[in-house]
Design a protein around this ligand. Sequence first.
Ligand SMILES: Cc1cc2nc3c(=O)[nH]c(=O)nc-3n(C[C@H](O)[C@H](O)[C@H](O)COP(=O)(O)O)c2cc1C
Length: 399
Amino acid sequence: MLTKKILLGVTGSIAAYKAAELIRLLRKDGYFVQVIMTKSAKEFITPLTLQALSGNPVLENMWGPDEGNGMEHINLSRTADLILIAPASANFIAKIANGLADDLLTNLCLARKCPLLVAPAMNIEMFSNSSTQRNLATIKKDGVHVSGPDHGDQACGDFGMGRLINYESLMLDIKRSTSGLLFKGKKILISTGATVEKIDDARAITNLSSGFMGLCLANAAYEFGADVTVIKGVSSHSIPSCIKSIDARNHNEMHEAITSNVRGADIYISVAAISDYKPISNDGKIKKSNSKITLNLMPTQDILGSIGRENGNTFLVGFAAESSNLISNAKKKLKSKNLDIVIGNLISQSMGKSSAEIIIVDNEGEKILPEAPKPELSKIILRHIHKTFSKEKSYEPIS
Ligand SMILES: Cc1cc2nc3c(=O)[nH]c(=O)nc-3n(C[C@H](O)[C@H](O)[C@H](O)COP(=O)(O)O)c2cc1C
């Protein structure tokens, strides 16, 4: 993989200290990071800290002889994959909304050839002020990507919108800004996690699905530019705040959430392990005794199957978790549920694990993928979906 180069602009926000951890995360992911600070940013964190973490001298002055050939205000962005401003002060956003260029960082933004991603960080009143809102609307209209802000406790003691977005979502937005947007403008719905069905008021049955594969697919789909909605069952993995997520803990809630969202989706990926049977409910709590008890289970409606039968135009991807005969069962599922793709995996090799070995089955045949971490597999699966979807739906691929 070629190293991607990020120009990280740090401005005069109290969140400037968070740039230190951000640089560490970027370098861990293999990015080359060149930091540019505004004069105010240096009041909050020293250039030495950011130099040490990024491995490169921090730039600020466009007039100094120590900065390249004296044309750094133009040159730097020519070789960059992204300019990222994190944190971005209200003042800085106002400047770029109006095309001002009175220091190195504003000049770089104005003279750029690469995408610009801005992560605002400020007090709630500064953020909700109509001039800041107007400036944010202007930069978005100009094609600048905006990440966040988050809602929560603020350094000044207030509570509300304005915090720098969390690292997890910011890293996803950075990847989205530097990746090929395979699914730009496409809506992808993903259901993931386990469901829990009540036996009585205190007990329930569930399954061993962790929801990790769905999370990885959601992250990868977001990175590839899709408008992603996740319907999340029971899972210890949280969905990054930049991705829309709807909670659905049991079969009924899954059914309602999926059917009301699938019509508007271009692609539906069903990874959730939704209960096939649920207990005939008992009021109160079954009393403990020494005799055996029998649980009566009734079958639930096959949500993906009925969507496949009635389906209009949504491209459908199902998962088949099997204990044996993987290929034949996956092929059977493809036909019987009228799906476009089935991803098959053996329960023993994938359920609850961070890696898996899978097969991809579609109308053209099957492809076996050797064991790999789920984040890696998710990208391969999405590229395959993109190829088949583009062919079937005459969608112009961007790859
Ligand atoms: C203690 C302190 C904290 C500040 N925090 C923020 C902040 O979080 N966000 C913001 O937009 N401005 C904040 N400001 C105001 C900016 O530092 C100020 O507008 C400055 O001119 C921004 O310069 P720059 O955009 O060139 O970096 C703060 C100022 C002070 C004194």
